[in-house]
Design a protein around this ligand. Structure first.
Ligand SMILES: [Zn+2]
Length: 333
């Protein structure tokens, strides 16, 4: 947490900081000439607040106490995401399937050059810059009953739905749960792709570990009887039960446009001693160097192009290349 920020201010600043961090990491891959890229699912847990930033198709799901399963990421797959297909095409990429001899088209939709079936990733420099590292970010607040996070790569999600993954490991401690999810995925589909899973339980500090029990017929019957009795006895208990598992959504944004994601610097708060800092790579800028993230964009009529946040010329080049406004700025050393 940067000095001078309260916990709430820090949580509020996280979505922007994560966008900058993902783009900065991608630039570092490029500067090192790394050609093999990666999906990324980044999870920050602060008390009951969970912030997830992701590119690619490695999902993070939340199994809240009470049994509601929700997705904290989106899949950046060209096949399933019309909006991303349109963005890639508008930025100079071509979207199509692999053609084999005879003209038949096979497999999922991919972008060309490169042939990647994802529309966002980090470090895929052998594909066009329209494959951007700008993450989808979601921030939620759990009820104090806690919940379970399941973070896994595409080999899991090609085999299991979110609900199936959550259900198959209920009642198990986190480490065994992760193994169980992998086992279940392999059982249904075999090992075809990267099949990695991490399970994190967020547990109230004043309670002993309490795992939701696996759905057994006897348990179901018992709970039916219990619920009926409880309802008869007191309304208060029913209210408490329904409050369990409530998840409050604090933030959600998935746009690929940096001018939208880095926003306007309206807080007036600066975490650096310098007056101007690049919003992505954090280098100090001379007042004459900084280029507003809004400069030349279609948003400049509503946002002022002389207002921050500012980018250094290198990051401005990166932004333009991502938006298809200039040829890829890749410099392999
Ligand atoms: Zn920069």
């Amino acid at each position: 947490m940067p000095r001078g920020l309260s916990r709430d201010e820090w949580l509020h600043a996280l979505p922007r900081a994560l966008v900058a961090g993902f783009v900065k990491t991608d630039k570092e891959f490029q500067s090192k000439g790394q050609t093999s890229g990666t999906t990324a699912t980044f999870v920050i847990i602060d008390g009951w607040t969970i912030t997830v930033a992701s590119v690619g198709d490695s999902r993070c799901i939340l199994d809240a106490q009470g049994g509601a399963v929700s997705l904290l990421t989106v899949d950046h797959r060209l096949e399933e995401n019309v909006e991303e297909r349109e963005r890639v095409t508008a930025s100079g990429g071509e979207v199509g399937r692999l053609s084999v001899v005879g003209g038949a088209e096979i497999g999922p939709l991919r972008c060309w050059p490169g042939g990647l079936c994802l529309s966002r990733s980090i470090g895929d420099i052998d594909v066009g810059e329209f494959i951007v590292p700008v993450p989808y970010v979601k921030q939620v607040k759990l009820s104090n009953a806690g919940g379970r996070l399941i973070i896994a790569s595409d080999g899991i999600w090609d085999a299991l739905s979110s609900e199936a993954a959550a259900k198959c490991c209920r009642g198990l401690p986190a480490e065994l749960a992760a193994k169980q999810v992998v086992k279940e995925a392999l059982r249904t589909r075999g090992l075809k792709d990267d099949t990695t899973c991490i399970v994190v339980d967020i547990i109230p500090p004043d309670q002993t570990i309490r795992h939701p029990s696996p759905p057994k017929k006897i348990n179901k019957l018992k709970s039916l009887i219990f619920r009926k009795k409880a309802k008869d006895q007191t309304n208060k208990l029913t209210k408490q039960l329904s409050a369990v598992g409530m998840v409050e959504e604090l933030f959600e944004e998935g746009s690929a446009m940096l001018s939208e994601r880095l926003g306007s610097d309206s807080s007036g708060r600066r975490t650096s001693s310098s007056l101007f800092t690049c919003a992505i790579c954090q280098v100090d800028l001379e007042p004459s160097e900084g280029i507003s993230v809004h400069a030349g964009s279609i948003f400049s009529s509503s946002s002022k192009p002389w207002e921050g946040p500012f980018l250094c010329s290198d990051c401005r080049d990166k932004k333009d290349a991502m938006e298809g406004k200039r040829p890829s700025g890749v410099k392999v050393l």
